[in-house]
Design a binder for this molecule. Structure first.
Ligand SMILES: C[S@@+](CC[C@H](N)C(=O)[O-])C[C@H]1O[C@@H](n2cnc3c(N)ncnc32)[C@H](O)[C@@H]1O
Ligand code: SF4
Length: 474
């Protein structure tokens, strides 16, 4: 286990003996610190010129830093009622083609021009195709996209190349085609295998469908396979999650993300369809379902890789957790090789450590309009301060490794941790009283019970979000 307090399943399970504690710490955490400062604090005054300047300013000092190239495909064939991702539902493939050939290509042209003009040659180490559903592209369009990005990305230099896969839209042949195109890691949207849950979320997808895809050949071509699961969906209970996890264990993905579902009907009205028959799980039941999934996974040989992730011992993520290199970001817990992102496509966001965040427009009309006007479609961004960088790393350590070694931060940032975070350490005493963490002169270690509340503990170090959880619990 990646922490120093001996982890026992029974210690972690004690959370279920204390409903009051779960209730006290329950909060609808929409900011789960995939970024810090969280997106709501990025400036809408950050323009395409700021974006270009950010790249030219960052590159000369970071020439060899690994960069991940993210490509967003904002289309899906069918709506999943839980979905918070940025996508448009369409059956019109011409619309998908238009996006690719007219707009995404234009954005790639702008990017390539800017890189050439300024003699910028990023060390692109990873590629990630996310969505929406990148599996929407047929082979011809997929090939076009690959050939287009090959103009400025050297595929011989690549480590991971991931595609998010909607299992309902591919077959073995398609997965082999992806491999021929250079893809070597697959991330499957699974969510839940229970037929009742699938009915509520409008995502029929039996385990047999996934089993049929994961043939011997496919497993050989893709040694790292990730499954996304969701916790807190209507009609999930201990029995259904047990069956789902048993099916998952049989399918043996090397990595898993078991994310608490965010319910945001205010911004995604269709989400209420998900609760037409049964409510979302309450604060206690979602914890119980999460705990059950966690226990079953650990008993089946998975190790925990951060708050909502698991990996098999031989998976590279496990090693990166032991070496404390793993990083949690919008793509889940990643092994931490390329943590700088250059991103294209509507809604896509990038980061150049430790200086800039930036994001494209979500809305298709705004994304397209900017490109029609030869501008990068930048919606917002942020120039980070040193304080942002330090706090981001503290938050990541809490959420991923469940501990903080003061010496590491004191050495890395030349600031004595205990002085710099004097106030925060004081606030953590409330959590200590509830046996969620142990404070010493050298470190903070979350207890197995406290791991359940790591996002809330991380919030103590967030100076932008007004200490919401802390104020709630004191
Ligand atoms: C952008 S989707 C892409 C995957 C692909 N389109 C599919 O569904 O198979 C990536 C992941 O985001 C997660 N996700 C979507 N909506 C969510 C929500 N409301 N709360 C938490 N995670 C969510 C899902 O687990 C999903 O697999
Ligand atoms: S979960 Fe995936 S397939 Fe479903 S609507 Fe969202 S992006 Fe599309």
């Amino acid at each position: 286990m990646p922490h120093d307090i001996e982890y026992t399943l029974s210690e972690s399970a004690k959370v279920l003996q204390n409903a009051n504690l779960i209730k006290k710490y329950h909060a609808n955490l929409v900011y789960d610190y995939t970024e810090y400062p969280t997106k709501g604090h990025w400036s809408e005054n950050f323009s395409d010129i700021d974006y270009k300047n950010a790249i030219t300013e960052w590159f000369p000092k970071n020439k060899t830093k690994p960069v991940l190239f993210y490509v967003h495909t904002p289309f899906c064939e069918q709506l999943c009622n839980f979905c918070l991702c940025s996508k448009e539902i369409t059956q019109d493939y011409e619309r998908v083609k238009e996006y690719l050939y007219k707009y995404l290509s234009k954005e790639l042209d702008l990017l390539e021009d800017h890189l050439i003009k300024n003699k910028i040659n990023f060390n692109f180490k990873e590629i990630y195709f996310g969505g929406g559903s990148p599996t929407y592209y047929r082979e011809e369009e997929f090939k076009f996209l690959i050939n287009r990005i090959k103009k400025f990305i050297n595929f011989d230099n690549l480590g991971d190349f991931t595609v998010e896969v909607d299992p309902r839209r591919v077959n073995e042949e398609r997965l082999i085609f992806y491999h021929e195109m250079g893809v070597n890691r697959l991330s499957f949207g699974i969510q839940d295998f229970d037929p009742g849950v699938q009915e509520e979320i409008n995502r029929p997808q039996p385990p047999e469908m996934v089993d049929k895809l994961l043939t011997k050949k496919v497993r050989k071509l893709f040694p790292v396979i990730n499954f996304d699961l969701l916790i807190g969906l209507p009609r999930q209970n201990i029995e259904t999650i047990t069956k789902t996890i048993n099916s998952v264990v049989e399918l043996k993905p090397s990595q898993l993300q078991t994310m608490y579902v965010h319910y945001k009907p205010g911004t995604r009205k269709y989400m209420i369809k998900m609760v037409r028959n049964e409510p979302m799980l309450d604060f206690f039941d979602r914890k119980a379902v999460f705990q059950k999934a966690s226990e079953l996974l650990i008993k089946s040989g998975y190790t925990r890789a951060g708050f909502e992730s698991y990996s098999l011992p031989e998976d590279p993520l496990t090693k990166s957790m032991v070496e404390k290199k793993a990083v949690y970001n919008s793509l889940g817990t990643q092994k931490g090789e390329a943590t700088n992102f250059i991103a294209v496509g509507s809604s896509a966001h990038g980061v150049l450590n430790d200086q800039f965040y930036f994001q494209n427009y979500y809305e298709q009309p705004l994304y397209r309009k900017a490109l029609d006007e030869d501008r990068f479609p930048i919606y917002r961004g942020l120039k980070m301060t040193e304080d942002d960088t330090i706090r981001r790393e503290v938050i990541r350590h809490i959420r991923t490794f469940f501990n903080i070694e003061f010496g590491y931060f004191t050495k890395k940032y030349s600031k004595k941790f205990t002085n710099y975070f004097d106030e925060e350490l004081n606030r953590l005493k409330v959590f200590e009283k509830d046996n969620l963490l142990k404070l010493s002169d050298n470190n903070i270690i979350l207890t197995p019970l406290g791991e359940h509340f790591s996002p809330q503990i991380a919030n103590v170090f967030d100076i932008y979000n007004d200490q919401k959880f802390y104020k709630k619990i004191i």
